[in-house]
Design a protein around this ligand. Structure first.
Ligand code: SF4
Length: 371
């Protein structure tokens, strides 16, 4: 049996954050039941499930915790009836403060969830309001208390930095508060102002100034230093974990292993192909779930292997590249690797090629060279 990971998309939120361009809606609570039923039908209709052992499941969104916990139980039961789930599988759910309490977390635990990812973003109510988040500091602290009380040990907080009007002190306070609550994992992302979001319009109108690249980097290092001092190991550009608590599901993406996505617009990498589901919720509910294949050449696959693998601190192994593509890495990227080692952006150790510290800062420039 081959290993597989499963992603389940729940596209509902309490309200739309001002910076969000994700596949999610804040005004469709009337769709909850039909959506859940269609999702379960999609899982039930998956062919060849018997060939696989599920190692990780990630229920993401949106805000999966807006659904009644019984729906999450039904969805996980459907996966369990269809697939063989490894008894040590990592089963994560994303939960936003204000949509969860002790009872809901206890229900998740009974359904088999063993990892919770909470959207913290920042600890200051002032910044949460700027982001248009539905929660405040108090709501976040209550969620953490409930998730602990329900017995979860493996907990991630998502944090954002480089926010409009965020000072270095604000970020320090956010990271120190997060650390004081003893999560096992932290994801740290710089705010990106995406087109077609209210934030983009506000930025265009000059309502706020974006954080300079220099300050963005300073903030990143400030956060990294506090996390290091507190025993968090960085294992990917944006991800930090206590020993033994790396997110196994995300590593599947970065190592370019296969996964199946269920739910609205969910992406899959399966059978060597990339494809996605329908983005129209009305069509998805009617059973028109398939969205289309992605155009993906061998050249794209080679480049993707490099830039996904280089996101991780452990980088890329020459042997794994050979096993994956049946060709030595130097035949494809020898010149690019040599050039970037000379520039001080990559280094090689024990058959692994990794980004240097400078390389991490200029990661996008390095990645482009592999395209
Ligand atoms: S909670 Fe997450 S998915 Fe929902 S609107 Fe906010 S950022 Fe987007």
């Amino acid at each position: 049996m081959k290993d597989i990971s499963i992603y389940i998309h729940i596209p509902f939120c309490v309200k739309k954050c001002l910076y969000c361009d994700f596949n999610s809606f804040s005004d469709k609570s009337g769709y909850f039941t039909e959506y859940k039923n269609s999702l379960i039908q999609e899982i039930n209709s998956f062919e060849k499930a018997n060939d696989f052992t599920v190692r990780t499941i990630f229920i993401g969104g949106g805000t999966p915790s807006v659904l009644p916990s019984l729906f999450i139980d039904e969805i996980l039961n459907a996966v369990g009836r269809k697939f063989y789930i490894d008894k040590n599988a990592e089963i994560s759910i994303e939960a936003n403060p204000g949509t969860v309490d002790y009872d809901k977390f206890s229900d998740y635990k009974k359904s088999g969830v063993n990892r919770v990812s909470i959207g913290m973003q920042a600890i200051q109510d002032r910044l949460l309001r700027i982001l248009g988040r539905a929660h405040n500091k108090d709501g976040f602290l209550k969620s953490v208390e409930s998730v602990r009380k329900a017995g979860f040990e493996n907990i991630n907080f998502d944090i954002m930095f480089a926010l409009p009007n965020q000072s270095f002190y604000d970020l320090e306070e956010t990271i120190k508060t997060a650390v004081s609550l003893s999560p096992t994992h932290l994801s740290l992302y710089s705010l990106i102002i995406e087109e077609r979001t209210p934030f983009f319009d506000m930025y265009e109108k000059g309502e706020f100034l974006p954080v300079s690249d220099e300050d963005d980097r300073k903030m990143y290092y400030l956060a990294k230093d506090i996390l290091k001092e507190n025993g968090f190991l960085q294992y990917e550009i944006s991800n930090f974990a206590q020993k033994g608590f790396k997110c196994r599901h995300n590593i599947v993406y970065w190592e370019r292993k296969e996964y199946i996505g269920f739910g609205l617009g969910a992406c899959s990498f399966f059978g060597g192909k990339r494809f996605h589901n329908n983005y129209s919720i009305d069509e998805y509910i009617k059973g028109e779930r398939f969205g289309g294949f992605e155009d993906f050449t061998e050249k794209d696959a080679l480049a993707e292997f490099m830039f996904l693998g280089l996101r991780m601190n452990k980088g890329i192994s020459r042997k794994e590249f050979f096993d994956y593509f049946n060709t030595p890495i130097n035949n494809v990227f020898g010149d690019v690797i040599k050039r970037n080692i000379k520039k001080g952006l990559l280094f090689e150790k024990d058959g692994r090629i990794c980004l240097t510290e400078k390389g991490f800062d200029l990661a996008n420039i390095v990645f482009e060279e592999f395209l």
